[in-house]
Design a binder for this molecule. Structure first.
Ligand code: SF4
Length: 335
């Protein structure tokens, strides 16, 4: 006979990290798509997922947004929006050549890194980017430099190299170690990035650092908040989609505090067994996850036996980014 009581989750309290969820760049990107739909009518095309969250993307799709991987999927004369992660220079050129009307939802903090890259190249420096291979932000930032004719080594031809780990740094070969700079993806783990930067500085003592931190305020604040919250929890749930870099980093931050941690796209992914024997469940959300999903997760945890909800104090964020002028000033095509 099964011992039913042993399988019942023990009652736990819920602690909410602060800040959590939407950042200013994600807010802005979603508003850009919504305004474009409102002004020009459906369909509006978006290159890549505008932000990495299934709920947000499904919601915009239901309103008439078509998400594409490549610009050749879009009919000429259509409206296209570049995602919050940014695009390479080649994508901008291609959009123009295809007669697309482009609006840019690139987060201004990603654009800041693009500008840094341009300045560094102008100063004759080769650049090492710390980031995750295949992530759209990395493709966009690496694509800010033009390749020169070379010997077939793509990185050496563009003067830009990608590294993810201290091991990658050990393997790296550059043209001139005295003329080097680095930039980072905006959503990296602060702790992982610090290790890679330390390896770079050891190998290349004269390497130029970016003027200010590339890992953005939202990433830093959410990681700090989860670190603080996890110290007092025995289970951490991060709300975020599997392709969200900063959500994955939040789960890792909790795990590194020695706490059992899971990332869920929504409440339906919660497993009652996770709560068994737990006293405090910490909840946070990646920068692309809406608060409604956090509320649903709390509701589901309570149905599974969790009790009181306590919200932690945290940094108050007041960052707001302006919308692109070419969008706000564009006349509405809807009657
Ligand atoms: S996580 Fe940071 S860089 Fe990315 S959209 Fe938000 S504010 Fe911008």
């Amino acid at each position: 006979m099964t011992d039913r009581k042993a399988n019942m989750p023990a009652s736990a309290d819920i602690v909410l990290a602060n800040p959590r969820g939407f950042c200013a760049g994600v807010d802005r990107a979603i508003i850009i798509v919504e305004q474009a739909l409102e002004k020009f009518g459906a369909p509006i095309y978006v290159r890549n997922e505008v932000v990495h969250n299934k709920f947000v993307v499904d919601g915009l799709r239901a309103k008439g947004t078509i998400f594409v991987k490549h610009l050749d999927e879009i009919p000429s004369g259509s409206t296209v929006i570049f995602s919050a992660h940014g695009v390479s220079k080649a994508v901008r050129v291609e959009a123009e050549a295809r007669g697309l009307i482009a609006y840019d939802a690139t987060c201004p903090l990603v654009t800041k890194v693009h500008i840094e890259v341009a300045k560094m190249r102008l100063a004759g420096l080769e650049i090492i980017m710390i980031g995750h291979k295949g992530h759209p932000e990395v493709e966009g930032t690496m694509g800010q430099v033009e390749s020169e004719q070379g010997d077939g080594d793509e990185a050496a031809a563009s003067g830009m190299y990608l590294v993810e780990t201290p091991d990658d740094v050990a393997q790296l070969k550059v043209k001139d170690p005295a003329k080097l700079a680095f930039v980072t993806q905006t959503t990296l783990s602060m702790d992982d990035a610090a290790l890679v930067i330390a390896a770079l500085k050891t190998k290349y003592p004269n390497i130029h650092a970016p003027k200010s931190e590339d890992i953005c305020y939202a990433t830093q604040n959410r990681q700090d908040a989860v670190k603080l919250m996890a110290q007092d929890c025995d289970l951490v749930i991060i709300v975020g989609s599997p392709n969200s870099s900063n959500s994955n980093r939040l789960r890792e931050v909790a795990q590194r505090q020695g706490v059992e941690a899971y990332m869920v796209d929504n409440a339906s992914y919660l497993q009652p067994s996770w709560l068994v024997g737990k006293k405090k469940v910490g909840v946070s959300a990646g920068a692309s996850a809406p608060e409604i999903l956090v509320k649903e997760v709390i509701g589901q945890l309570q149905r599974m036996g969790a009790q009181q909800v306590q919200e932690l104090h945290g940094v108050v964020e007041s960052v707001v980014f302006q919308l692109p002028k070419n969008l706000t000033s564009a006349p509405s095509k809807k009657a």
